[in-house]
Design a binder for this molecule. Structure first.
Ligand SMILES: *[C@@H]1O[C@H](CO)[C@@H](O)[C@H](O)[C@H]1NC(C)=O
Ligand SMILES: *[C@@H]1O[C@H](CO)[C@@H](O)[C@H](O)[C@H]1NC(C)=O
Ligand SMILES: *[C@@H]1O[C@H](CO)[C@@H](O)[C@H](O)[C@H]1NC(C)=O
Length: 500
């Protein structure tokens, strides 16, 4: 129990018993004494309340005294900070599932974040946002998605049912967790009458700051990891590797130029954060970024690709290599291929505007041209091409795409837009809560029927439908080199999600 309460309880016990009343005069004095005592004890009582709720540094935060935070329930939780674009968020989500399984914690399922809402920085350049700040940004954005009524859970898009059915990992929706842990009704933050709920916003902000680790760790309650890709590569059950230096270190030039002091170590995540560690006894463990990518013969942050000594984790690793989109999205993509394109087609996935891809137009178009020239020779014409690109159609003039469009004898182009009926109808289905069977009831039961925060605008599912269409492309895929979207389509094709 919390130390403040203990302290006050002992104070209460020391309270002198009111003496018995024997004579009228004595009674008067005693009554007076009693009144004075009553008033002073009342003020004593109210300061004690104040002490608890002001969360002064030495006190245990309220959140850590609830059943969910106090460590007296057997359920422990894992939170982390997703960032960047969707493909990135998805690969972090998979790593989070893996970490949750290894550490036997319930994974807090985050929302899908807007593409440019949160950025990590660069691991190879040792220039990344520290974990606390990253987490608070993610928190802030997640709450804003709720307020804006644009919240889409990762579990609305990614089909977790096969993982849930084998009880590989336990999940909890971020909104449900926040409601319980922060002791707020999250469905009220969207209420029109903002002034009525400004204290709610403030307590949410405080709660987010605590959960992000900005106020430090709280024994048995919260452990906010500050490890990131500059210093740690996580491993699991790699004998003899725990604590050794990773092969990739900042080079001397970087060290002197940027005054970098980081040393990258390989560490066993179960030994570091599992049972017996400080983190292990905290009911909530918060990671920062869980993004990893191969770099110079090493992994930037997580190097767990197999677990031969742990059959449960080994089979989970295989299972999460590919997690499909929810059936609504897959059906939508299949339907477009079947009913609109109708013939065997090629998928051209052309990332042209975002980030590094701006400078690679020539190479990207060259690969497409080679493939189309080849198909043109083989026939039959026209060749059906599904184009998935971030370059708006009005800007195609003057590019290779413009040429293809003009050559309508040889090529028949197809694109999907966000406003297309098929896409809109599917997005509506997702919003109306057909999905998310595991979480939606809990989210909806948060308040007595008023669902202020249910999403109003449809989530942007175009990318996911496009990826599905591309996985149905029988003539092949021309992807953009280095694009995570291309990789994700390849994975879907390998798992033949389009076959009936
Ligand atoms: C995992 O945690 C659950 C509580 O959520 C507990 O009942 C179970 O014994 C734990 N399993 C292991 C292997 O530690
Ligand atoms: C998020 O951060 C911005 C900028 O600091 C702030 O104005 C906004 O109120 C925050 N939103 C929430 C929900 O905390
Ligand atoms: C696309 O075209 C619009 C005008 O229609 C122009 O303002 C915009 O800069 C173009 N974008 C690119 C990337 O060329």
């Amino acid at each position: 129990m919390d130390s403040t309460l203990h302290f006050n309880r002992t104070k209460w016990k020391k309270r002198p018993n009111p003496p018995n009343c024997k004579t009228p005069l004595l009674t008067f004095f005693i009554l007076l004494f009693c009144i004075v005592f009553f008033i002073s004890s009342k003020s004593l009582f109210s300061t004690s309340i104040l002490q608890i709720s002001t969360n002064s540094k030495s006190d245990i935060p309220l959140q850590c005294t609830t059943t969910i935070g106090a460590g007296d329930s057997s359920e422990n939780f894992l939170w982390y900070a997703p960032h960047s674009g969707f493909s990135n968020q998805l690969s972090e989500f998979k790593n989070a599932i893996l970490m949750a399984a290894i550490l036997n914690r319930t994974l807090i399922v985050p929302p899908v974040l807007d593409h440019h809402a949160v950025a990590l920085g660069s691991c190879p350049k040792f220039r990344v946002l520290n974990a606390n700040d990253l987490r608070f940004k993610v928190w802030n954005h997640s709450i804003e998605l709720i307020i804006d009524r644009r919240y889409t859970s990762m579990a609305d898009i990614i089909d977790l049912s096969s993982l849930i059915s084998i009880s590989a990992v336990k999940f909890i929706d971020f909104r449900v967790f926040v409601s319980m842990w922060c002791g707020v009704n999250i469905n009220l933050v969207c209420s029109k009458d903002l002034s009525k709920h400004s204290s709610l916003h403030e307590s949410l902000r405080q709660c987010g700051s605590l959960l992000s680790g900005l106020n430090g760790n709280v024994k048995n309650c919260l452990f906010a990891s500050e490890e990131d890709c500059r210093m740690t590569v996580w491993t699991y059950q790699k004998d003899g590797e725990d604590g050794i230096l990773d092969s990739f270190q900042p080079d001397d030039e970087l060290k002197t130029k940027k005054k970098i002091t980081f040393v990258r170590k390989r560490r066993d995540v179960h030994r570091t954060f599992g049972p017996g560690s400080e983190a292990g006894s905290a009911s909530i463990l918060a990671f920062g970024s869980l993004f990893t990518a191969p770099y110079k013969g090493s992994e930037s942050h997580i190097d767990i690709h197999e677990a031969p000594q742990d059959q449960r984790i080994q089979s989970l690793i295989q299972k999460i290599e590919f997690i499909p989109f929810v059936p609504e999205i897959i059906n939508c993509g299949k339907m477009f291929a079947l009913q609109t394109i109708k013939a065997p087609f090629l998928c051209a996935q052309l990332r042209l505007l975002d980030g590094q891809f701006k400078n690679h137009w020539r190479a990207t178009f060259r690969a497409l041209k080679e493939k189309l020239d080849f198909l043109k020779e083989k026939g039959p014409l026209p060749i059906h091409v599904f184009v998935m690109t971030d370059l708006p159609m009005r800007n195609w003039t003057g590019t290779y795409l413009g040429d293809l469009e003009k050559d309508s004898d040889a090529f028949k182009l197809f694109i999907l837009r966000e406003g297309d009926k098929l896409v809109m109808d599917t997005a509506k289905k997702l919003v109306s809560g057909g999905r998310n069977a595991k979480f939606q009831p809990a989210v909806n039961s948060l308040d007595g029927g008023e669902k202020h925060c249910n999403p109003q605008s449809l989530s942007d599912i175009l990318l996911f439908v496009e990826e599905t269409v591309c996985s149905c492309a029988r003539l092949g895929l021309v992807g953009t080199a280095g694009s995570t979207i291309a990789e994700s389509i390849e994975l879907m094709r390998k798992n033949s999600i389009c076959s009936p």
